[in-house]
Ligand binder design. Structure first.
Ligand code: ADP
Length: 462
């Protein structure tokens, strides 16, 4: 068996007072932009404030969306940039920034190839809510994508000896005449680093109570799926040097989060994508389970605070490796039969049996006459044991953030570029409109992370 890879952050005493580019944050966007910048010949540094690397990216479970990929063709799926654009645009309430969305949908395939060149193979496909085609790429081990991606990218960071420091929090961006000149940070002691280019890859504010209070106080009582460091620092840093913030009130509440344990666990959309249904306390379906996150959340909210149950069978479980983990930590209820499962979750036996029977007929006929579901209908729910996970909505993703153009250059209130400042990933706003589609956040980190690395190079050497 291959030896387990353990990444060693760089020792604090090795920090220098100048780098070509300072990358703030060690999630998907930060790691990708660092590798891209390094491969173009720059000397980047990554600064991460937490002692755990990888940010919210490590928690991503479904996959990475892209259209017109070789992987899709291998699966006999003929997709188009146009469909990817249109489905994302409709899913985002037509509020998506068209410039960003166009670049995003037309560069996903390249990003998949780039990952492939780096030994990161996403050669299996699934589907997420709001999409009409299988374009969510994931590892063929069916492992959750986030942990896999971060580990594999960290292997490159280690191989290339790109310095990555943990426990260093960036507290200020320094500018002179409207240009980035450096950063200030706190670690064991306060430090200043000179640089002409900064990439903000600091993630969102899904765990930032102050920003949530300011923009969405109605969500303050909900749990969050985010890591504690997702406090929107990048937005505040950018705003202080004149950056414009966009769509700040657009916060995604994820519909299927298990929250009966002290730690809230997101149950990835792939569970529904592979065939699970949602039922209410009466054992009945109540929504097209693969409608957009916004609509499924609203449907669960309408149940009046009881939450809902995801119901699936052995076959579906085998298609989503993350379920092994969910079960291991006690989130999954099991029944050898549907009736036994109903008893375990205190739902009327006949009602659940009827719901599953009806659903299996819908799958057979590929016709859901109740909720018009059309995707995630490749397998029915008939192979015991049967499983349930109790879920309810929780704060998940902040669509708003720093205004950027498709070159990841940060814009000020007048839509002018702030020289030397780039932003990629969840910290940037506008791509997702009023609802992010599952699989688009990982894609965003790689597509725009690469772009930030390239544009920083062009800025410095151009
Ligand atoms: P993305 O998916 O956009 O890459 P992630 O949430 O995965 O975003 O990663 C963002 C990372 O940035 C997190 O690990 C977070 O702890 C880190 N971070 C946030 N603010 C700061 C800061 N002020 N200084 C250093 N790191 C930060």
């Amino acid at each position: 068996m291959a030896e387990k890879f353990v990444f060693e952050p760089t020792k604090f005493d090795q920090i220098k007072d100048h780098y070509d580019v300072v990358i703030i944050g060690s999630g998907g966007a930060g790691l990708t932009s660092a590798i891209q910048a390094y491969e173009l010949g720059l000397s980047p540094v990554i600064l991460e404030k937490m002692d755990k690397l990888g940010g919210n990216t490590t928690r991503a479970s479904s996959g990475m969306n892209a259209a017109e990929t070789f992987v899709q063709l291998d699966h006999h799926i003929v997709d188009s940039f146009e469909d990817f654009y249109n489905e994302t645009f409709i899913g985002g309430g037509k509020m998506n920034n068209p410039e960003l969305l166009k670049f995003f949908t037309e560069h996903g395939a390249l990003a998949i190839d780039w990952l492939d060149q780096h030994g990161i193979k996403l050669d299996d496909l699934t589907i997420t809510g709001g999409m009409k085609t299988e374009r969510t790429h994931r590892p063929s081990s069916l492992a959750p994508i986030g942990g896999y991606l971060v580990t594999e990218l960290l292997k490159y960071i280690a191989k290339d000896q790109i310095p990555l420091f943990d426990n260093i929090k960036v507290t200020e961006l320094l500018t002179d005449n409207g240009k980035i000149t450096g950063i200030k940070a706190t670690a064991d002691k306060d430090i200043t680093i000179k640089t002409d280019a900064v990439v903000l890859a600091t993630g969102g504010f899904g765990a930032g109570k102050d920003l949530l209070a300011e923009y969405r106080s109605d969500l303050l009582n909900l749990r969050t799926t985010n890591q504690p460091g997702a406090t929107g620092d990048g937005l505040k840093l950018a705003q202080k040097v004149g950056a414009k913030l966009v769509d700040m009130d657009q916060v995604q509440v994820h519909p299927t989060v298990q929250q009966d344990t002290p730690h809230a666990f997101l149950i990835g959309e792939a569970v529904r994508g592979e065939g699970a249904i949602l039922i209410n306390n009466d054992g009945q379906r109540f929504v097209n389970e693969l409608d957009t996150r916004k609509n499924v959340t609203a449907a669960i909210d309408n149940l009046g605070g009881t939450g809902a149950y995801l119901i699936f069978d052995r076959d579906i479980r085998d298609r989503v490796k993350a379920i092994e983990f969910y079960d291991h930590i006690g989130l999954v209820t099991t029944g050898q039969t549907v009736a036994e499962l109903a008893e375990e979750i205190h739902v009327e036996k006949q009602a659940l049996q009827q719901t599953v029977k009806d659903w299996n007929v819908a799958v057979d006929n590929q016709d859901d006459k109740w909720f018009a579901r059309t995707t995630g209908m490749e397998r029915d729910i008939s192979d015991g044991p049967f499983y349930a996970i109790h879920v309810a909505p929780a704060v998940h993703y902040t669509m708003g953030g720093v205004a950027i153009n498709h070159k990841t250059q940060v814009l000020n209130e007048k839509n002018q570029v702030i020289n030397g400042l780039f932003a990629a990933g969840e910290v940037a706003g506008g791509l997702h409109g009023n609802n992010r589609i599952g699989g688009n956040s990982i894609a965003e980190t790689v597509v725009f992370g690469r772009q930030a690395g390239q544009q920083a190079y062009k800025y410095l050497k151009g």
